[in-house]
Design a protein around this ligand. Structure first.
Ligand SMILES: Cc1cc2nc3c(=O)[nH]c(=O)nc-3n(C[C@H](O)[C@H](O)[C@H](O)COP(=O)(O)OP(=O)(O)OC[C@H]3O[C@@H](n4cnc5c(N)ncnc54)[C@H](O)[C@@H]3O)c2cc1C
Length: 472
């Protein structure tokens, strides 16, 4: 039975508001929801700049059905379940419940962002592992992560109820009995302070925590480059107050991080957005295609890492990402940015080596419907080149697998409550986003992370608001 003792905060600290830890999309979604119920929000962020990894998101956010999709889509739940893989047999009911909430709320999440918040999400692409186009982004220059985060943050800043404190690291969760009562934090390394109120934890994953959690749970990934800054995960703050962990060893290695020709051996890589493959791009190893580019991230990565690495430190491969003019036009803002950064360049098919012409011609034939793709790819989106010649123009970048996302984290239920021993919710404590585990299983589908931030962040905000209004 849950401990129902009501926490009575000291008089001077009563009604200060709810506390949100981390200013990525999950935190901003929770904060937006709390403010909509007139609950004051203290948002604590350890970095100087808000936005976390969410602001870097480049491919988009999933939703189905939405008015932007051209084809009917009732497959999102099934695609997600399939992507979870073998771990589905462990805690099947709980995983299915979370996936139902995620996919059933996805249409509403897109409407909330697009219609209520005015964010352009009108362009839809099909990413790997998806059987329908359902990853939404805007048609302009700004990548989806930046436009969503900036819009939500700017809206929050107009509210007198919203207080954002950056460079403030939460160091402890305060708990009395089975009830969380607030947090301890320090700003700019100064003296510790305490803040009281219900707590929503949205502190992100640990893919960049090579020396800590990542090294502990996946020592085999040591030496892989990453898309994430080398920062510690904050899951321990939650296990210290009784939170359970799940799937911590399930780490997503994304198949395509750019190897920058100017600095090829740096460990921090720029992500080559999955939308490049989704819009029709292909991958080549030793100048030949080798796999279905629309497969899941996990399967493509495994196909690459089964072959010998090209470099030992960091451990990286020599894969070419190849696009034609059709793909370029469909993802122009992304590709112009990569060209400007020197991560991609314009070349001819002849520049790609002696085998490239035949391999790309075969791909072009499949795209034109003249033959069945030998690797099983069924959708070629905007690939336009039909007659491939040595002088045909392509856009090329070197890519390699990169540690990208952590599927594991604290266990939550459909109400975003953090579960302690015997699956009993810890009162006064919620979580959403990458800090949680159990939704994606062995493979997160592209676009589903931003979605989980919005769906479970808003749910956390709803419940924390109700709790605040009742208890304080
Ligand atoms: C390059 C890149 C591209 C991506 N593209 C996509 C995409 O197109 N679509 C998609 O769905 N997903 C994408 N992802 C994944 C997705 O962006 C993240 O998984 C998601 O945004 C996580 O959001 P979050 O709010 O949970 O955490 P974050 O956005 O990482 O925010 C967590 C915040 O918490 C702060 N924090 C942590 N601990 C503390 C503490 N103790 N005290 C105070 N603050 C703390 C961190 O500094 C951080 O700012 C991408 C990821 C990367 C790296």
């Amino acid at each position: 039975m849950a401990n129902t003792t009501k926490f009575i905060p000291p008089q001077s600290l009563a009604k200060t508001g709810a506390i949100v830890v981390g200013s990525g999309l999950a935190g901003l979604s929770a904060a937006s929801q709390l403010i909509s119920y007139n609950v004051p929000v203290h948002l604590l962020e350890r970095s100087l700049k808000p936005g976390g990894n969410s602001i870097k998101a480049s491919s988009g956010i999933n939703g189905a059905p939405t008015k932007y999709q051209a084809v009917p889509d009732a497959e999102f739940y099934g695609d997600t379940l399939k992507s979870v893989g073998k771990v589905l047999v462990n805690s099947r009911d709980k995983r299915e419940n979370l996936i139902s909430v995620l996919t059933n709320s996805s249409s509403d999440a897109i409407s909330w962002l697009a219609e209520e918040k005015g964010i352009d999400l009108s362009k839809v692409a099909q990413l790997g592992g998806h059987s329908r186009p359902r990853t939404h982004r805007g048609s302009g220059q700004t990548p989806p992560g930046a436009s969503i985060v900036t819009t939500l943050l700017n809206a929050l800043k107009t509210s007198p109820l919203f207080q954002l404190k950056t460079s403030c690291l939460v160091t402890r969760v305060l708990k009395t009995g089975n009830e969380v009562t607030g947090v301890e934090y320090t700003c700019d390394g100064g003296e510790s302070e305490e803040l009281y109120g219900p707590v929503v934890f949205t502190s992100g994953g640990f893919a960049g925590d090579t020396e800590g959690l990542l090294g502990h749970y996946r020592p085999d990934l040591a030496g892989f480059p990453s898309t994430n800054d080398p920062k510690p995960g904050s899951q321990k703050l939650l296990t210290d107050v009784g939170a359970q962990l799940l799937d911590m060893e399930l780490v997503q290695v994304h198949p395509t991080g750019f190897v920058d020709p100017k600095n090829p051996l740096t460990s921090l890589k720029f992500l080559a957005a999955e939308v490049l493959r989704g819009e029709g791009g292909l991958l080549m190893l030793d100048g030949r295609r080798f796999y279905n580019e629309m497969e899941t991230r996990e399967n493509i990565t495994n196909a690459i890492t089964r072959t010998p690495a090209a470099d030992a430190s960091p451990r990286q491969w020599n894969i070419q990402l190849v696009l034609d003019e059709g793909v370029y036009n469909a993802a122009k803002s992304h590709i112009d940015f990569y060209l400007w950064k020197g991560l991609m360049h314009k070349a001819t098919v002849a520049d790609l080596g002696p085998n490239a012409l035949a391999s790309i011609q075969q791909y072009a034939n499949s795209a034109a419907g003249l033959s069945v793709d030998p690797f099983g790819r069924g959708t070629f989106a905007n690939w336009a080149l039909r007659e491939v010649a040595p002088e045909s123009i392509v856009y090329v970048g070197r890519v390699t697998p990169v540690v990208h996302f952590t599927m594991g984290g604290v266990v939550i239920n459909e109400r975003s409550e953090i579960l302690g021993a015997n699956d009993i919710p810890i009162r006064g404590l919620w979580a959403a986003g990458e800090v949680t585990g159990g939704i994606h299983g062995e493979n997160r589908l592209g676009g589903s992370s931003l979605l989980e931030c919005v769906v479970f962040g808003r749910i956390a905000g709803d419940h924390a608001a109700a709790f605040f209004n009742k208890s304080y």
